[in-house]
Design a protein around this ligand. Structure first.
Ligand code: IMP
Ligand code: MG
Length: 179
């Protein structure tokens, strides 16, 4: 059951059951694609935490998980592309099959930085799985192998995504209404 939106929630863009269905489908696809390898999932904190934990449970091929935390300088709703690593991976990734798990690709600048940074460490393969993407906002051309949902240009909260650290606990993805 979904609770009726209250301010500052706007329109619900992705309901809980659609999230669940899509995550199951992505998990199946990833399990097939990586059936022969030992996948390393790299969750990008904090936004990807709910997506990653649900996705992992749907992956049936062998996998490990590690985390990175990055901060992008900019305003609450716009990233600048200048990224700082707050927490790095615990393990080297040379020769490994790495899948970056992101909450949302907006300008693509954060992801572009991550791809360059992790790519320089010599992984065997490096791909991206993003729950959400806003193609209209793209500034950097980044290849996303697995996408959950394409959404229009608006600021969203819930299912891990925040606005000033709030609303990550919503079980669905909603638009942030104007304050
Ligand atoms: P980018 O560098 O512009 O692609 O933005 C990357 C990061 O900004 C994402 O990983 C999110 O943490 C955050 N972000 C971008 N758009 C949204 C949004 O609509 N809601 C919440 N966080 C967002
Ligand atoms: Mg993020």
């Amino acid at each position: 059951m979904t609770i009726a939106p209250v301010p500052p929630l706007g329109e619900i863009l992705v309901e809980e059951d659609r999230l669940r269905e899509r995550v199951v489908a992505l998990g199946r696809e990833i399990s097939v694609d990586y059936a022969e390898s030992e996948l390393l999932l790299v969750g990008v904190l904090k936004g990807a935490m709910l997506f990653l934990s649900d996705l992992m449970r749907e992956i049936t091929s062998p996998c490990e998980v590690d985390f990175m935390a990055v901060a992008s300088y900019g305003s609450a709703t716009d990233s600048s592309g200048v990224v700082r690593i707050l927490k790095d991976l615990d393990v080297p990734i040379e020769g490994r099959d790495v899948l970056i798990v992101e909450d949302i690709v907006d300008s693509g600048l954060t992801l572009q930085y991550l791809l360059r940074n992790l790519g320089a460490r010599g992984p065997r393969t490096l791909e991206v799985c993003a729950l959400l993407t806003k193609p209209e906002r793209r500034k950097a051309d980044v290849a996303i192998r697995y996408t959950g949902f394409e959404i229009r240009d608006c600021f969203v909260i819930g299912y891990g995504l925040d606005h000033r650290e709030r609303w990550r606990n919503l079980p669905y993805v909603a638009e942030l209404a104007a304050e």
